[in-house]
Design a protein around this ligand. Structure first.
Ligand code: GAR
Length: 199
């Protein structure tokens, strides 16, 4: 099965949803490794409890982004993932790192990209008077939150919504969105490997 390495920084609810989908067979992949850049990320404990290999690479232990990214790269090289999955990973990655995993790294971002790259996406959507918020799964490119979008989910903004209530509703949709997008990516690989075996 194709192997995923998932990068997190916190709660890890997307990571848990993806890992569960792998365990149930809904997603034809395995989670080979979960990495957190924060030692206190709640998701790390959850991953361990699910029997998944974990690693902590604390960004505070490095003098520069380049050195942190190098350590991340070396750990990922050991895991040899087919896809790297950013799931609430809150570090900006250097262009060098992104280039090394070019086209093999996905991110989920809580907005309808290209709207609202960066932080505080839901507060910004509410402040702008948007009718909908949402989330996007995209291929990671060197510019922040700017790579090609694979799929999106739209969620209506209600008049009484706060950034928190909206974030919670969008998050529920993120889990299904990410699983579907990953299924698509994994199938794409299977199709291309089948094709290459044709006479
Ligand atoms: C998710 O809402 C994800 O879209 C967002 O962080 C949350 C992580 O939740 N990602 C970003 O803002 C990336 N810039 P989780 O840890 O429970 O999956």
């Amino acid at each position: 099965l194709p192997s995923l390495s998932i990068l997190i920084s916190g709660r890890g609810s997307n990571m848990i949803a993806i890992a569960k989908a792998c365990q149930s067979g809904e997603l034809q992949a395995t989670v080979g490794l979960v990495i957190s850049n924060r030692p206190d990320a709640r998701g790390i404990e959850a991953a361990r409890e699910m029997g998944i290999e974990t690693a902590i690479i604390d960004h505070k232990g490095f003098d520069s982004r380049l050195e942190f990214d190098q350590a991340l790269h070396e750990r990922l090289q050991q895991a040899r993932p087919d896809w790297i999955v950013l799931a609430g990973f809150m570090r900006i990655l250097t262009g060098q790192f992104v280039d090394r995993w070019q086209g093999r790294m996905l991110n989920i971002h809580p907005s309808l990209l290209p709207k609202y790259p960066g932080l505080d996406t839901h507060a910004r959507a509410i402040a702008a008077g948007d009718s909908h918020a949402g989330a996007s799964v995209h291929i990671v490119s060197p510019e922040l939150d700017a790579g090609p979008v694979i799929s999106q989910v739209k969620v209506a903004i209600e008049p009484e919504d706060t950034a928190e209530s909206l974030a919670q509703r969008v998050l529920q949709e993120e889990h299904a969105l990410y699983i579907t997008a990953l299924q698509h990516c994994v199938n794409m690989d299977l199709d291309s490997s089948t094709n290459s075996m044709l006479p």
